[in-house]
Design a protein around this ligand. Structure first.
Ligand code: ADA
Length: 552
């Protein structure tokens, strides 16, 4: 399944899921692995970092133009079609596509070389407190494209004189040499809007823009997440040849007097940090397990999730849209030192990730914040220049959502003037040998002395580790009892501070970490701060969070 709703009625789409042929460099033998999937689920490759080759025969039922879309390949893909390299992509967490024209009917060979090694070629996938898996880890789609097709749809809802309106921008491309007489219609919420005809030159692109009132729609909210299908149909000389469906919601996000407003009303974020990671399946969760996570998040009383530390699978974001769960989505970066930020590939790999994240996820009503660069070198001048570039890039791509970045450079951060929201990762009684109250007071005092003063404040991380099943009534380190006590104390403090507009618990579920660098010191080679373990088995802290989130 590519999305939680059908994206086309006219365009023909085929999902390339199932068993692909596989070979691992340095290993003998031919394998068959499931796509989507991580190669780590195979016992021969469960701890292997290297280059794997996936191949699949494609059978085209007619000649023409196809578009191959990879929703996620971890972490670098080189794609070959009938032996010719057609696209290269870095980063496991953003989709990419490639169009191939003049393809003949019949059999063709698709090969994907996948690399999950660390080194200078990879500035963002590095040894870390989460695991970089290997494989074609998210779905793959093959689409047949007509000569002119719909390239993208952007939907921006807004209120004017207390009535809902929306601005819709639909980009189309003409792949043929010849010019085309195009027109476009948009169907949404019992309204149909028609464009005038437009002549588009061969090998060119253009956009149709509509701005329209929608007096009778219901707003999207956490309690009533109303969604609408936007169906755009492209015609040549009056004949419908292509279409695209997006699922949208009417809601506004704004900031006022240090609060975050959803549809003009202040909202307190009760959230979790959630890695895409599940026991033996790695980062390649099927829909069933995404739904289980969502059910647990809502059972816990959460109304928000942070996609730490990378853009998420669109199907999970679709679930957030449907359930009214608010999302802080962020580009791919965790804990990168200035030295790592100086990797010659860093800037482009970050900015490509931001571009692809916003281009592909712009229409999700659940996304309310764009984040960048978790705990990177925001206490250095050179680091600040990179933060500034990335915040500016986000605002160019989407000025409708506030920005933030989770910092751990307490008292030394020099970037708090840049984001719209100040976010801090706090670990009193775990990393910091101080009380929760003292830690909170000192942090708020510091923020008030910086350019971050007056901005909404989010505690983007708080928590403690507990090894599932380790019980100790004296609350020894790593016991479930200690974790439950620390989380209770943190929530009681942060949820009752008027300057704090949200809290994200670190973390929802235990996740695998790399065995290089200091991360190898983690018990079980996992980050054990989940309120559930990697199989979603609840720890004592689960009921503490449920009690405190549901009673707020
Ligand atoms: C940091 C980091 C998280 C995780 C956490 C921890 O705040 O942002 O990714 O590593 O610490 O568990 O130590």
């Amino acid at each position: 399944m590519l999305r939680l709703f059908e994206q086309h009625q006219i365009r023909k789409v085929q999902e390339l899921e199932g068993m692909w042929d596989f070979q691992m460099e340095g290993f003998d033998g031919n394998y068959r692995l499931p796509v989507p999937g991580c190669w780590e689920q195979h016992p021969s490759f469960s701890r292997h970092r290297g280059r794997g080759i996936y191949t699949k025969e494609l059978l085209l039922d007619h000649s023409g133009t196809i578009c191959l879309t990879f929703k996620g390949v971890s972490h670098t893909a080189d794609v070959y079609f009938d032996g010719e390299k057609i696209v290269h992509h870095y980063n496991a967490f953003t989709p990419f596509s490639v169009i191939i024209q003049h393809v003949s009917k019949g059999k063709h060979k698709l090969k994907v070389s996948v690399d999950n090694t660390f080194g200078e070629h990879s500035a963002l996938h590095v040894p870390n407190d989460y695991y970089t898996y290997g494989g074609i880890t998210r779905p793959v789609a093959m689409e047949y494209l007509p000569d002119a097709y719909i390239k993208s749809i952007q939907f921006l809802p807004y209120k004017k004189e207390n009535q809902w309106h929306a601005r819709m921008e639909i980009a189309v491309a003409n792949l043929s040499e010849k010019s085309a007489n195009l027109s476009l219609s948009c169907h949404i919420a019992d309204t149909t809007i028609h464009s005038n005809s437009a002549c588009l030159d061969g090998n060119s692109e253009m956009s149709f823009t509509f701005d329209h009132p929608f007096p009778s729609v219901e707003e999207w909210s956490t309690s009533n997440p109303s969604l609408y299908l936007l169906h755009a149909i492209l015609s040549i000389d009056g004949e419908a040849i292509d279409d695209q469906i997006e699922r949208v919601g009417f809601r506004t996000i704004s900031l006022k007097d240090g609060s975050l407003l959803l549809n003009g009303k202040p909202i307190f974020l009760k959230g979790f940090n959630r890695h895409e990671d599940y026991a033996a399946l790695g980062c390649s969760l099927p829909l069933q397990l995404m739904v289980q996570d969502m059910d647990l998040l809502q059972d816990l009383g959460a109304n928000a999730v942070r996609t730490c530390h990378y853009p998420n699978d669109e199907r999970f974001l679709d679930l957030c849209d449907e359930r009214g769960i608010l999302v802080w989505e962020e580009n791919h970066a965790r804990g990168l030192s200035l030295e790592r930020m100086q990797n010659p590939n860093f800037d482009k790999q970050c900015e490509d990730c931001i571009q692809e994240m916003i281009e592909n996820h712009y229409n999700h009503p659940s996304i309310l914040i764009w984040g960048i660069l978790n705990e990177c070198a925001s206490d250095t001048k050179e680091g600040r220049a990179k933060y500034k570039r990335q915040y500016e890039q986000i605002k160019r791509l989407d000025a409708s959502r506030p920005t933030t970045s989770a910092t751990c450079r307490h008292f030394t951060d020099i970037c708090l003037d840049l984001p719209d929201i100040v976010s801090v990762n706090l670990y009193p009684r775990w990393y910091e040998n101080m009380s929760v109250e003292e830690c909170c007071r000192k942090e708020l005092e510091w923020i008030s002395s910086t350019p971050g003063n007056g901005k909404p404040i989010i505690v983007s991380e708080m928590g403690a580790g507990a090894v599932y099943g380790y019980r100790d009534r004296t609350k020894a380190k790593w016991s479930e009892e200690l974790q439950a006590e620390i989380i209770r104390e943190c929530l009681a403090t942060y949820m009752n501070q008027k300057q704090i507009t949200g809290v994200f618990i670190w973390q929802f579920a235990d996740c695998r970490v790399t065995e290089e660098e200091w991360f190898q010191s983690r018990p079980r080679s996992h980050n054990n701060k989940g309120v559930v373990d990697e199989y979603r088995r609840p720890k004592l802290s689960y009921d503490v969070v449920k009690e405190m989130f549901t009673n707020r």
